[in-house]
Design a binder for this molecule. Sequence first.
Ligand code: CP
Ligand code: NVA
Length: 300
Amino acid sequence: MTPRHFLTLKDLSSAEFKQLLHRAIELKKMQHDHLIFEPLKNRVLGMIFDKSSTRTRISFETGMAQFGGSSIFLSPRDTQLGRGEPVADSARVISRMVDCIMIRTHSHDNIIEFAENSKVPVINALTDDFHPCQLLADMQTFLEHRGDIQGKQVAWIGDGNNMCHSYINAAVLLDFKLTVACPEGYEPDEEIVKQAGSRITVLRDAKEAVKNADLVATDVWASMGQEEEQKKREKAFEGYQVNEELMALAASDALFMHCLPAHRGEEVSAAVIDRPDSVVWDEAENRLHAQKALLELLLS
Ligand code: CP
Ligand code: NVA
């Protein structure tokens, strides 16, 4: 049987995505109530990390432990993958032993190749092109604080990166309007934008993009792997900081989200991210609950 993978949000139907968000909220309540629920007893998650992580690693490891299973952290320093063993061979071998594999890597083609050769579900825990797990958490957070996102207005400010691409996919699946404001040369992938049709607008002016927005989201200007472009990007993204002045143009109850880690004083001001009702901490916590709902969907 071909396993069910989660490489982008488009591996879910709209109905499944919504159901998963509601399930995540249920699982969160169960965990906060200290209920023991172990649907993945004896199941093992392999976790391949080619890039750094705090939230993703901790949320997946904790989620598997809470579900009665376990996980193995695999860094390129310790595996033969890091010494050049082919991706396909690694996928064939690892997937004969574990029940599910989570991968954070550079090229999205790598994860596609891995999934094609895996006997068990593969989860994208971030590639250069997509970060679908983060959107599960972001959309759960919006649902908790503001209800259904359908028909709402979302502004993405900054880089047309992996997070932006996943916001575009979410806009299609959950039917919200997305306005992306980015400097020239940092637009999201043309093909991904085209597929989203009329739900998405790409423009230059951040002020225009946040007008009446119910949710304003941003991310670092230089993603993992782009560290040497930091200075150049700081210049290019001048005027794209989400600060109080910009938030004042959004809806009066607009939420601010950031996948974290954040650079205060660059893409976001401290005043915005640290305001007392900031939901970014819920957003980070929800990685745990949303991914547990995902693991349940893929494995039970
Ligand atoms: N947001 C996110 O994926 O965080 P980490 O890089 O810490 O996993
Ligand atoms: N766009 C960022 C997200 C980090 C969670 C990166 O890829 O580094």
